[in-house]
Design a protein around this ligand. Sequence first.
Ligand code: BV8
Ligand code: ZN
Length: 249
Amino acid sequence: MPFDPLLLAHARHVVVFTGAGVSAESGIATFRDKLTGLWERFDPAQLASAEGFAADQALVWGWYEMRRAGIAQANPNPAHHAIASLAARVPKLTLVTQNVDDLHERAGSQDVLHLHGRLDAFRCYRCARPVEALPPLADGALEGRRIEPPRCAHCAGPLRPGVVWFGEQLPEPVLSQACEAAEHCDLLLSVGTSGLVQPAASIPRLALAAGATVLHINPQPQVSGHRREFAIAGKAGEVLPGLMTRGFE
Ligand code: BV8
Ligand code: ZN
């Protein structure tokens, strides 16, 4: 039985849970896409870790600066805009993202719960002091090269991106707020995620177990066969605008 878009109009509380796929049509590579250039021989999980950073700070900092430069050049796509407009159409919407870009915010979404932190925040790797002013992007960052991380003004330790690396705990109260929303919503839209990274990937299952309807939007959706779990195979930037139209006819 297909998903009934009118569930959107009748929803009391919608959770939108996004992954890298929601930014794919903005030109941001997903984690499923093979790494290129200097990083070709690495798995993202190796680079996105404290061990990876400690092993080669310039390689990892250069990778994040290339991504930061790419995000700065990217624009929100119709999926980000559809999600931002949905917030005005339902009584309550909680947006939970695994993404470290600011494209949801640039599309107008507010109070975005970033489970894995944000790439536009930096702190000292050694003393953890947050850095207020973002360091300017180094020349050649977009092309991708090794870049020595700037130093902390307080302890001269290297700066690190404000993202959650593999092996690091997810931020609180963000994670608890996301779980709370999943357990109290009546509809969860899971958009552009492979569902491989824990504990974030458990959010849709929490909603399903608590009685919500879950809809996956993904070119290659995976569903468990649960009677309240649905999928629409397609690109988020194409499916979401249509869903918004049909959902509020
Ligand atoms: C923790 C920030 C413990 C950094 C990220 C074995 C089993 C289970 C778990 C583990 C395990 N071994 C280790 C773990 C734990 C580990 C983990 O889950 N590993 C995985 C790889 C097995 N998790 C952790 O380490 C977490 N921390 O567990 O801490 C702990 C506990 C107590 C005390 C101390 C420690 C931390 C995980 C966070 C890692 N950081 N990001 C950075 O960005 O550099 S994760 C990063 O990868 C992203 O944030 C995202 O979450 C994930 C990628 O997932 P997706 O977003 O889904 O993207 P992906 O590319 O995978 O998929 C894209 C999807 O989009 C695809 O399905 C595609 O079909 C679809 N798509 C493509 N185009 C479109 C589209 N969809 C729609 N429209 C399109 N146009
Ligand atoms: Zn410091």
